[in-house]
Design a protein around this ligand. Structure first.
Ligand SMILES: Nc1ncnc2c1ncn2[C@@H]1O[C@H](COP(=O)(O)OP(=O)(O)OP(=O)(O)O)[C@@H](O)[C@H]1O
Ligand SMILES: [Mg+2]
Length: 361
Protein backbone atom coordinates (compact mmCIF):
# COMPACT_ATOMS: atom_id res chain seq x y z
CA UNK A 1 0.00 0.00 0.00
CA UNK A 2 1.41 3.37 -1.05
CA UNK A 3 1.40 5.94 1.66
CA UNK A 4 2.60 9.53 1.99
CA UNK A 5 5.61 8.53 4.02
CA UNK A 6 7.00 6.34 1.22
CA UNK A 7 6.56 9.17 -1.25
CA UNK A 8 8.15 11.69 1.08
CA UNK A 9 11.09 9.38 1.39
CA UNK A 10 11.52 9.21 -2.41
CA UNK A 11 11.11 12.98 -2.81
CA UNK A 12 13.79 13.58 -0.20
CA UNK A 13 16.24 12.16 -2.76
CA UNK A 14 15.21 14.51 -5.57
CA UNK A 15 17.92 17.16 -5.78
CA UNK A 16 16.79 20.61 -6.88
CA UNK A 17 18.58 21.27 -10.20
CA UNK A 18 21.72 23.36 -9.80
CA UNK A 19 21.83 22.89 -6.02
CA UNK A 20 23.07 20.27 -3.61
CA UNK A 21 19.92 20.00 -1.52
CA UNK A 22 16.73 18.12 -2.17
CA UNK A 23 13.34 19.66 -2.90
CA UNK A 24 12.22 18.39 0.52
CA UNK A 25 15.16 20.01 2.33
CA UNK A 26 14.37 23.30 0.62
CA UNK A 27 10.73 23.01 1.70
CA UNK A 28 9.47 23.05 -1.89
CA UNK A 29 7.14 20.07 -1.36
CA UNK A 30 3.85 21.62 -0.30
CA UNK A 31 1.47 18.68 -0.34
CA UNK A 32 1.20 15.03 -1.26
CA UNK A 33 -1.92 12.97 -1.70
CA UNK A 34 -1.97 9.24 -2.29
CA UNK A 35 -5.21 7.48 -3.05
CA UNK A 36 -5.25 3.99 -4.53
CA UNK A 37 -2.82 4.17 -7.42
CA UNK A 38 -2.95 7.92 -7.91
CA UNK A 39 -0.26 10.14 -6.46
CA UNK A 40 -0.60 13.94 -6.52
CA UNK A 41 2.46 15.96 -5.65
CA UNK A 42 2.30 19.73 -5.17
CA UNK A 43 5.52 21.72 -5.42
CA UNK A 44 6.26 25.40 -5.04
CA UNK A 45 9.59 26.29 -6.64
CA UNK A 46 11.41 29.61 -7.00
CA UNK A 47 12.24 29.29 -10.70
CA UNK A 48 10.10 29.83 -13.75
CA UNK A 49 12.60 28.14 -16.11
CA UNK A 50 10.91 25.37 -18.15
CA UNK A 51 14.05 23.22 -18.05
CA UNK A 52 13.94 23.11 -14.25
CA UNK A 53 10.33 21.98 -14.38
CA UNK A 54 11.19 19.33 -16.97
CA UNK A 55 14.10 18.01 -14.92
CA UNK A 56 11.97 17.83 -11.80
CA UNK A 57 9.21 15.95 -13.64
CA UNK A 58 11.72 13.44 -14.96
CA UNK A 59 13.50 12.92 -11.66
CA UNK A 60 10.30 12.60 -9.62
CA UNK A 61 8.76 10.14 -12.09
CA UNK A 62 11.95 8.09 -11.99
CA UNK A 63 11.98 7.92 -8.19
CA UNK A 64 8.26 7.35 -7.59
CA UNK A 65 8.01 4.72 -10.33
CA UNK A 66 10.25 2.56 -8.18
CA UNK A 67 7.25 2.16 -5.87
CA UNK A 68 5.16 0.42 -8.54
CA UNK A 69 2.82 1.11 -11.41
CA UNK A 70 1.29 4.41 -10.35
CA UNK A 71 -0.45 7.40 -11.87
CA UNK A 72 1.79 10.30 -10.95
CA UNK A 73 0.58 13.90 -11.17
CA UNK A 74 2.95 16.71 -10.39
CA UNK A 75 1.62 20.23 -9.90
CA UNK A 76 4.29 22.90 -9.87
CA UNK A 77 3.64 26.46 -8.73
CA UNK A 78 6.21 28.88 -10.12
CA UNK A 79 6.82 32.56 -9.64
CA UNK A 80 5.20 34.84 -12.14
CA UNK A 81 7.81 36.53 -14.33
CA UNK A 82 7.58 40.28 -13.95
CA UNK A 83 7.69 42.10 -17.29
CA UNK A 84 10.35 44.50 -16.18
CA UNK A 85 13.81 42.98 -15.97
CA UNK A 86 15.76 46.01 -14.77
CA UNK A 87 17.03 45.74 -11.23
CA UNK A 88 16.09 49.30 -10.38
CA UNK A 89 12.33 49.13 -10.01
CA UNK A 90 12.52 46.14 -7.71
CA UNK A 91 15.48 46.95 -5.56
CA UNK A 92 14.44 46.56 -1.93
CA UNK A 93 17.59 48.44 -0.89
CA UNK A 94 17.32 51.48 -3.17
CA UNK A 95 20.32 53.23 -1.62
CA UNK A 96 22.50 50.49 -3.11
CA UNK A 97 23.23 50.34 -6.82
CA UNK A 98 24.95 47.01 -7.35
CA UNK A 99 24.92 43.67 -5.59
CA UNK A 100 27.73 41.19 -6.16
CA UNK A 101 27.52 37.63 -4.87
CA UNK A 102 30.92 36.02 -4.21
CA UNK A 103 30.48 32.28 -4.19
CA UNK A 104 32.22 28.96 -4.55
CA UNK A 105 31.05 25.40 -4.55
CA UNK A 106 33.92 24.32 -2.32
CA UNK A 107 34.92 25.60 1.09
CA UNK A 108 38.26 27.16 1.90
CA UNK A 109 39.15 28.29 -1.61
CA UNK A 110 39.46 31.94 -0.59
CA UNK A 111 36.02 33.53 -0.94
CA UNK A 112 36.34 35.65 2.18
CA UNK A 113 39.93 36.66 1.41
CA UNK A 114 38.87 37.65 -2.11
CA UNK A 115 35.76 39.52 -0.88
CA UNK A 116 37.76 41.52 1.63
CA UNK A 117 40.51 42.52 -0.80
CA UNK A 118 38.11 43.32 -3.61
CA UNK A 119 35.95 45.46 -1.31
CA UNK A 120 39.03 47.40 -0.19
CA UNK A 121 40.31 47.71 -3.78
CA UNK A 122 36.94 49.09 -4.94
CA UNK A 123 36.98 51.59 -2.05
CA UNK A 124 40.52 52.60 -3.03
CA UNK A 125 39.12 53.33 -6.49
CA UNK A 126 36.70 55.80 -4.96
CA UNK A 127 33.59 53.62 -4.83
CA UNK A 128 31.23 53.59 -1.87
CA UNK A 129 31.48 49.96 -0.86
CA UNK A 130 29.67 47.63 1.52
CA UNK A 131 30.64 44.11 2.51
CA UNK A 132 28.08 41.77 4.01
CA UNK A 133 29.26 38.50 5.50
CA UNK A 134 26.52 35.99 4.88
CA UNK A 135 28.54 33.02 6.00
CA UNK A 136 26.29 32.19 8.88
CA UNK A 137 28.14 28.93 9.49
CA UNK A 138 31.62 30.44 9.79
CA UNK A 139 31.75 34.22 9.62
CA UNK A 140 35.37 35.30 9.05
CA UNK A 141 34.93 38.85 7.83
CA UNK A 142 35.19 40.58 11.24
CA UNK A 143 38.64 39.09 11.83
CA UNK A 144 39.80 39.72 8.26
CA UNK A 145 38.64 43.35 8.38
CA UNK A 146 40.09 43.90 11.86
CA UNK A 147 36.78 44.51 13.61
CA UNK A 148 36.50 41.34 15.63
CA UNK A 149 34.87 42.00 18.98
CA UNK A 150 33.69 45.44 17.91
CA UNK A 151 29.99 45.86 18.59
CA UNK A 152 27.86 47.57 15.95
CA UNK A 153 25.66 50.48 16.99
CA UNK A 154 21.95 49.76 17.24
CA UNK A 155 19.39 52.43 16.41
CA UNK A 156 16.11 51.01 17.64
CA UNK A 157 16.09 47.59 16.06
CA UNK A 158 18.23 48.68 13.10
CA UNK A 159 21.99 48.15 12.98
CA UNK A 160 24.64 50.49 11.64
CA UNK A 161 27.47 48.82 9.70
CA UNK A 162 31.00 49.17 11.08
CA UNK A 163 33.39 51.09 8.86
CA UNK A 164 36.80 49.45 8.33
CA UNK A 165 39.36 50.34 5.65
CA UNK A 166 36.75 52.66 4.10
CA UNK A 167 34.30 49.80 3.65
CA UNK A 168 30.95 49.53 5.43
CA UNK A 169 30.98 46.08 6.95
CA UNK A 170 28.35 43.94 8.55
CA UNK A 171 28.61 40.33 9.55
CA UNK A 172 26.47 37.91 11.38
CA UNK A 173 29.77 37.36 13.23
CA UNK A 174 29.40 40.82 14.76
CA UNK A 175 26.04 39.85 16.14
CA UNK A 176 26.78 36.53 17.76
CA UNK A 177 29.16 35.56 20.52
CA UNK A 178 32.71 34.86 19.46
CA UNK A 179 33.23 31.24 18.48
CA UNK A 180 29.56 30.41 18.90
CA UNK A 181 28.90 27.42 16.73
CA UNK A 182 26.07 28.10 14.41
CA UNK A 183 24.08 25.09 13.44
CA UNK A 184 21.25 26.56 11.52
CA UNK A 185 18.44 24.82 9.77
CA UNK A 186 17.37 25.94 6.29
CA UNK A 187 14.38 28.08 7.26
CA UNK A 188 16.44 29.85 9.93
CA UNK A 189 19.11 30.74 7.38
CA UNK A 190 16.53 32.23 5.04
CA UNK A 191 14.94 34.15 7.88
CA UNK A 192 18.27 35.44 9.19
CA UNK A 193 19.26 36.69 5.74
CA UNK A 194 15.92 38.39 5.12
CA UNK A 195 16.19 40.00 8.53
CA UNK A 196 19.73 41.21 7.93
CA UNK A 197 18.77 42.73 4.60
CA UNK A 198 15.93 44.61 6.27
CA UNK A 199 17.71 45.71 9.39
CA UNK A 200 21.07 47.07 8.28
CA UNK A 201 21.28 50.82 7.85
CA UNK A 202 23.66 51.09 4.91
CA UNK A 203 24.70 54.52 3.76
CA UNK A 204 24.39 55.15 0.05
CA UNK A 205 26.50 52.50 -1.69
CA UNK A 206 27.78 52.05 -5.22
CA UNK A 207 28.35 48.39 -4.65
CA UNK A 208 27.63 45.79 -1.99
CA UNK A 209 29.63 42.56 -1.96
CA UNK A 210 28.24 39.42 -0.35
CA UNK A 211 30.66 36.89 1.08
CA UNK A 212 28.72 33.65 0.86
CA UNK A 213 29.04 30.38 2.74
CA UNK A 214 30.47 27.57 0.61
CA UNK A 215 28.16 25.55 -1.58
CA UNK A 216 24.83 26.14 -3.21
CA UNK A 217 22.24 26.17 -0.49
CA UNK A 218 19.76 28.23 1.43
CA UNK A 219 21.84 31.38 1.74
CA UNK A 220 22.35 31.70 -2.02
CA UNK A 221 18.72 31.03 -2.72
CA UNK A 222 17.51 33.43 -0.03
CA UNK A 223 19.67 36.22 -1.41
CA UNK A 224 18.48 35.71 -4.98
CA UNK A 225 14.90 35.64 -3.75
CA UNK A 226 15.24 38.94 -1.99
CA UNK A 227 17.46 41.06 -4.21
CA UNK A 228 18.18 41.58 -7.87
CA UNK A 229 21.80 40.38 -7.73
CA UNK A 230 23.74 42.34 -10.36
CA UNK A 231 26.38 39.67 -10.90
CA UNK A 232 28.01 36.61 -9.40
CA UNK A 233 31.72 35.93 -9.01
CA UNK A 234 33.02 32.44 -8.58
CA UNK A 235 36.20 31.88 -6.60
CA UNK A 236 38.07 28.67 -7.25
CA UNK A 237 41.50 27.11 -7.09
CA UNK A 238 42.93 25.44 -10.20
CA UNK A 239 42.61 22.07 -8.48
CA UNK A 240 40.36 19.59 -10.35
CA UNK A 241 38.38 18.75 -7.19
CA UNK A 242 37.54 22.41 -6.63
CA UNK A 243 36.52 22.78 -10.26
CA UNK A 244 33.83 20.11 -9.98
CA UNK A 245 32.24 22.20 -7.25
CA UNK A 246 32.74 25.36 -9.27
CA UNK A 247 30.63 23.90 -12.05
CA UNK A 248 27.82 23.52 -9.54
CA UNK A 249 28.26 27.09 -8.45
CA UNK A 250 28.16 28.36 -12.04
CA UNK A 251 25.04 26.28 -12.71
CA UNK A 252 23.46 27.83 -9.66
CA UNK A 253 24.09 31.35 -10.97
CA UNK A 254 22.58 30.37 -14.30
CA UNK A 255 19.60 28.80 -12.62
CA UNK A 256 18.98 31.86 -10.48
CA UNK A 257 19.36 34.13 -13.56
CA UNK A 258 22.35 35.86 -12.01
CA UNK A 259 24.76 37.15 -14.67
CA UNK A 260 28.24 35.64 -14.16
CA UNK A 261 30.88 38.37 -13.93
CA UNK A 262 33.69 35.83 -14.04
CA UNK A 263 36.01 33.54 -12.15
CA UNK A 264 38.76 34.51 -9.73
CA UNK A 265 41.45 31.84 -9.77
CA UNK A 266 42.85 31.91 -6.25
CA UNK A 267 45.91 30.04 -4.98
CA UNK A 268 47.05 30.17 -8.58
CA UNK A 269 50.64 29.06 -8.22
CA UNK A 270 53.21 29.91 -5.59
CA UNK A 271 56.07 32.25 -6.38
CA UNK A 272 59.08 31.26 -4.33
CA UNK A 273 60.32 34.41 -2.61
CA UNK A 274 63.92 33.13 -2.72
CA UNK A 275 64.20 32.14 -6.36
CA UNK A 276 61.22 33.94 -7.93
CA UNK A 277 60.32 30.60 -9.53
CA UNK A 278 56.61 29.76 -9.92
CA UNK A 279 55.27 26.45 -8.63
CA UNK A 280 51.76 25.40 -9.72
CA UNK A 281 50.82 23.67 -6.49
CA UNK A 282 47.11 23.26 -7.29
CA UNK A 283 47.54 22.64 -11.02
CA UNK A 284 47.28 24.89 -14.02
CA UNK A 285 45.15 25.61 -17.05
CA UNK A 286 41.93 24.17 -15.62
CA UNK A 287 39.79 27.28 -15.18
CA UNK A 288 40.03 28.69 -18.70
CA UNK A 289 37.93 26.00 -20.42
CA UNK A 290 35.41 26.31 -17.60
CA UNK A 291 35.12 30.07 -18.08
CA UNK A 292 34.71 29.58 -21.84
CA UNK A 293 32.04 26.99 -21.26
CA UNK A 294 29.98 29.53 -19.33
CA UNK A 295 30.79 32.39 -21.76
CA UNK A 296 32.61 34.25 -19.07
CA UNK A 297 36.18 35.23 -18.25
CA UNK A 298 38.89 34.71 -15.68
CA UNK A 299 38.87 38.04 -13.87
CA UNK A 300 42.32 37.46 -12.44
CA UNK A 301 44.76 35.03 -10.90
CA UNK A 302 45.90 35.46 -7.32
CA UNK A 303 48.96 33.46 -6.25
CA UNK A 304 49.49 31.72 -2.94
CA UNK A 305 51.27 34.30 -0.87
CA UNK A 306 52.02 34.24 2.85
CA UNK A 307 51.24 37.98 3.06
CA UNK A 308 47.66 37.28 1.93
CA UNK A 309 47.12 34.81 4.76
CA UNK A 310 48.84 37.06 7.29
CA UNK A 311 46.75 40.02 6.12
CA UNK A 312 43.57 38.04 6.71
CA UNK A 313 44.64 36.88 10.14
CA UNK A 314 45.77 40.29 11.32
CA UNK A 315 42.84 42.32 10.02
CA UNK A 316 45.15 44.32 7.77
CA UNK A 317 44.60 42.80 4.31
CA UNK A 318 47.39 42.93 1.75
CA UNK A 319 45.58 45.63 -0.24
CA UNK A 320 45.83 47.87 2.83
CA UNK A 321 49.32 46.92 3.97
CA UNK A 322 51.01 46.82 0.57
CA UNK A 323 48.76 48.50 -2.02
CA UNK A 324 51.65 48.76 -4.48
CA UNK A 325 52.69 45.11 -4.51
CA UNK A 326 51.99 42.89 -7.52
CA UNK A 327 49.19 40.94 -5.78
CA UNK A 328 47.40 44.10 -4.63
CA UNK A 329 47.60 45.38 -8.18
CA UNK A 330 45.93 42.18 -9.35
CA UNK A 331 43.10 42.74 -6.87
CA UNK A 332 42.84 46.31 -8.17
CA UNK A 333 42.55 45.08 -11.74
CA UNK A 334 39.86 42.56 -10.80
CA UNK A 335 37.96 45.27 -8.88
CA UNK A 336 38.06 47.61 -11.88
CA UNK A 337 36.79 44.82 -14.14
CA UNK A 338 33.93 44.05 -11.78
CA UNK A 339 32.90 47.69 -11.77
CA UNK A 340 32.97 47.81 -15.58
CA UNK A 341 30.93 44.62 -15.81
CA UNK A 342 28.36 45.93 -13.30
CA UNK A 343 28.01 49.15 -15.31
CA UNK A 344 27.52 47.15 -18.49
CA UNK A 345 24.91 44.89 -16.92
CA UNK A 346 23.02 47.96 -15.72
CA UNK A 347 23.23 49.57 -19.15
CA UNK A 348 21.82 46.43 -20.68
CA UNK A 349 18.79 46.57 -18.42
CA UNK A 350 20.05 45.30 -15.11
CA UNK A 351 20.08 41.96 -13.40
CA UNK A 352 17.22 39.73 -14.34
CA UNK A 353 16.88 37.47 -11.38
CA UNK A 354 13.65 39.37 -10.89
CA UNK A 355 13.45 39.09 -7.13
CA UNK A 356 12.37 35.48 -7.46
CA UNK A 357 9.43 34.89 -5.18
CA UNK A 358 7.87 31.55 -4.47
CA UNK A 359 4.12 31.72 -5.02
CA UNK A 360 1.90 30.44 -2.26
CA UNK A 361 -0.42 27.60 -3.08
N1 LIG B 1 46.01 33.48 -2.18
C1 LIG B 1 46.22 33.06 -0.94
N2 LIG B 1 47.46 32.93 -0.43
C2 LIG B 1 47.67 32.49 0.84
N3 LIG B 1 46.68 32.16 1.68
C3 LIG B 1 45.42 32.27 1.24
C4 LIG B 1 45.11 32.74 -0.08
N4 LIG B 1 43.76 32.76 -0.23
C5 LIG B 1 43.24 32.34 0.95
N5 LIG B 1 44.23 32.04 1.82
C6 LIG B 1 44.09 31.50 3.18
O1 LIG B 1 43.34 30.28 3.05
C7 LIG B 1 42.41 30.15 4.12
C8 LIG B 1 41.01 30.03 3.54
O2 LIG B 1 40.65 31.26 2.92
P1 LIG B 1 39.21 31.90 3.08
O3 LIG B 1 38.76 31.86 4.49
O4 LIG B 1 39.24 33.20 2.39
O5 LIG B 1 38.38 30.84 2.23
P2 LIG B 1 36.80 30.71 2.10
O6 LIG B 1 36.53 30.17 0.74
O7 LIG B 1 36.14 31.97 2.47
O8 LIG B 1 36.50 29.61 3.20
P3 LIG B 1 35.05 29.15 3.76
O9 LIG B 1 34.49 28.26 2.69
O10 LIG B 1 35.39 28.43 5.01
O11 LIG B 1 34.25 30.38 3.95
C9 LIG B 1 42.61 31.38 4.99
O12 LIG B 1 43.47 31.04 6.04
C10 LIG B 1 43.27 32.40 4.07
O13 LIG B 1 44.09 33.30 4.78
MG1 LIG C 1 34.64 32.33 3.94
Amino acid sequence: MINKKLIEEKLSKVIYPGFTKSISDFGFVKDISATNNRIDIYLDIPSSAPEIEAQLHEEIHKRISLLGDLEINIFIAKPKIPKETSSHGKNVLPAIQNFIMISSGKGGVGKSTTSVNLAIALAQQGKRVGLLDLDIYGPNIPRMMGIEGKQPVFLGNKIKPIVAHNVQVMSIGSLVERGASLIWKGAMVTQAIEQMLEDILWNKLDILLFDMPPGTGDAQLALAQNLPVTAGICVTTPQKVALDDTVRSMDMFTQLHIPIAGIVENMSGFICPDSGKKYDIFGKGTTKPLAENYHTEILGEIPIEPAIREGGDSGLPITVLAPQCETSKRYQTIAAKIWEIALKINEEGGANNEKIQPTIF
